[in-house]
Design a binder for this molecule. Structure first.
Ligand SMILES: Nc1nc2c(ncn2[C@@H]2O[C@H](COP(=O)(O)OP(=O)(O)OP(=O)(O)O)[C@@H](O)[C@H]2O)c(=O)[nH]1
Ligand SMILES: [Mg+2]
Length: 516
């Protein structure tokens, strides 16, 4: 059996967890865990906490006692029955009157271990107030004596009370005895008519009446509720010994079962609340899982994009390098075909002039070719990357190109310097080392261009990644991820507090034991 101290600890931890529930959260709508509904749990949480605290206040005063509550409509004879059970005279403890008398909960000790609460009657003019007082005791009592007046069948109001959560339907937690009081009022009738009347009364109570759309109390509870016909008046006169005996026996029976002990009830209360809020913990787990899952999806998308990008850029750069190399080679070879003999250089005739012109137009052609080669490279890159990106991220993804003016000019200069080498040597008749010097210059320009190309490529990749980052925020996938993350984050504190409650732990370990 749980001690009050451990139970109170569990209760405090539970309240701490409940207080960590965020103002707005989402609730799973289906088993596939694919749709959510936004909910505000705070009002319900506040109510549960208040009820729990009220229960505990009661518990601290009464946990070592059994509590009997007298419940019924106004004037049914609750106070009279209470006085009788206490073996006191009329109105000696609880005031009796033919009008609404009891307006507050009154208590009196029946014996060392038992206390009786006389409650206000239900259904008076002041019913709202009275109902609240009754509700306050109802779900804490071990035994409810439902007092009915045999002159009136069970009213709807009382039935609704019995039906509500306030009254526990589980025999192990709370017992009910129905006392049909004032049967002395039937004593003028012949015996068999009396019996018939009472039977009719009980049948209606139990099985209801279809035409009146009242289904009776029979299937509200998980046990059969004992009914005792009674008359406080007769009992006072010691007129009907068998009734008295029956009532005392039923009361003793109900109270002697130790199961509806107050601490057990407190444990059960906690157990129920844990059950009520554990779907929220499940929600948390599902949200986190979904968050992780969409993160993985995002990673897959980004990785495949990155890989595609790397591969493409690598290939294109390699192609560009070999094309440029070939252009320079072809340029060199072609210029070589315009080499002049020393006689031609000396004479500078028609031959010489034609070769000089061809050499000069060769330079212009290759300058254009090498420059176009680079422009083509950038355009190819742009369109292939756009193609990949747009497939994944939609049409509006635009890949921009960094400026390449100086690269093209270096490439053109590298061609110019090759031409210059030939020009110096074969047309201006300079020394051989002028030729070598210009070729060296050409290589230097080429190196400069290739350095700039790698800078250009990394700038291009950087730009691309920046655009990617911005664009991704708009993606449904990212928005989904953001949603799950935000929701899971907001439930995290609750989840941690909730999962650390000893009761939750033990429920979980029992569950996993029984599933093995
Ligand atoms: N005939 C008859 N009258 C009874 C019996 N028991 C109580 N009464 C009368 O019924 C009236 C109401 O009794 P109470 O005990 O005050 O009834 P109650 O249910 O406590 O009423 P409230 O406190 O106002 O809700 C009183 O006048 C009692 O004398 C009974 O067994 N037979
Ligand atoms: Mg009363």
């Amino acid at each position: 059996m749980n001690s009050l101290i451990t139970l109170s600890q569990t209760k405090n931890n539970l309240i701490k967890a409940l207080r960590a529930i965020p103002p707005k959260t989402v609730q799973l709508l289906d088993e596939n865990q694919s749709s959510f509904e936004s909910i505000d749990l705070i009002p319900a949480v506040e109510e549960d906490i208040e009820q729990l605290n009220n229960f505990w206040e009661f518990l601290e005063n009464y946990y070592h006692l059994k509590v009997i509550a007298l419940v019924g409509m106004v004037n049914a004879g609750k106070s009279a029955l209470g006085n009788y059970l206490l073996q006191r005279e009329e109105s000696e403890v609880f005031q009796e009157a033919p009008i609404r008398e009891t307006s507050d909960a009154q208590e009196a000790k029946l014996d060392e271990n038992t206390v009786i609460f006389d409650l206000p009657g239900l259904g008076s003019v002041l019913s709202d107030e009275d109902d609240e007082v009754v509700k306050g005791i109802l779900n804490r009592a071990n035994l409810l004596l439902i007092v009915l007046d045999c002159n009136y069948p069970i009213p709807k109001h009382l039935y609704e009370f019995l039906k509500s959560d306030q009254v526990i339907k589980n025999e192990a937690l709370q017992k009910i005895i129905i006392v049909i009081n004032k049967i002395d009022c039937l004593s003028d009738l012949p015996d068999h008519i009396q019996q018939k009347q009472i039977k009719k009364y009980i049948d209606f109570l139990y099985f209801g009446n279809k035409l009146m759309n009242f289904s009776g109390i029979d299937n509200l509870f998980d046990y059969e509720i004992p009914v005792v016909n009674f008359s406080v008046f007769q009992a006072r006169k010691r007129d009907n010994y068998s009734q008295e005996k029956q009532l005392r026996q039923e009361i003793n029976k109900a109270l002697s079962s130790n199961s509806n002990d107050m601490l057990y009830r407190a444990g059960y209360q906690l157990y129920q609340l844990v059950g009520k809020y554990s779907p929220l913990a499940t929600n948390y787990a599902v949200l986190r899982e979904k968050q992780n899952y969409s993160y993985q999806e995002i990673e897959t998308v980004l990785n495949s994009m990155n890989e595609g990008m790397q591969r493409l850029v690598g290939q294109e750069v390699e192609n560009l390098a070999s094309r440029i190399r070939r252009i320079r080679e072809r340029c060199f070879n072609e210029l070589n075909t315009y080499a002049t003999t020393s006689a031609e250089r000396f004479w500078q005739g028609e031959h010489f002039q034609r070769k000089k012109n061809s050499s000069s137009s060769c330079k212009d052609r290759y300058k254009k070719e090498i420059s176009n080669e680079f422009i083509n490279f950038t355009r190819n890159l742009q369109s292939s990357i756009s193609f990949i990106a747009q497939n994944l991220l939609g049409r509006s993804f635009i890949v921009s190109l960094p400026d390449s003016e100086s690269i093209r000019s270096a490439l053109e200069k590298s061609i110019y310097e090759i031409w210059d080498a030939f020009d110096d040597y074969f047309f201006l008749d300079k020394e051989r080392n002028a030729f070598d010097y210009s070729l060296k210059q050409s290589d230097q320009e080429m190196n400069k261009a290739s350095d700039e190309i790698s800078n250009w490529v990394s700038e291009f990749v950087q730009d691309f990644n920046n655009t990617l980052e911005v664009k991704c925020q708009e993606l449904t996938l990212f928005q989904k991820y953001g949603f799950f993350k935000e929701q899971a984050d907001s439930l995290e504190q609750f989840f941690e507090e909730f999962m650390s409650i000893d009761l939750v732990q033990s429920i979980l370990s029992n569950r996993s034991d029984s599933s093995h």
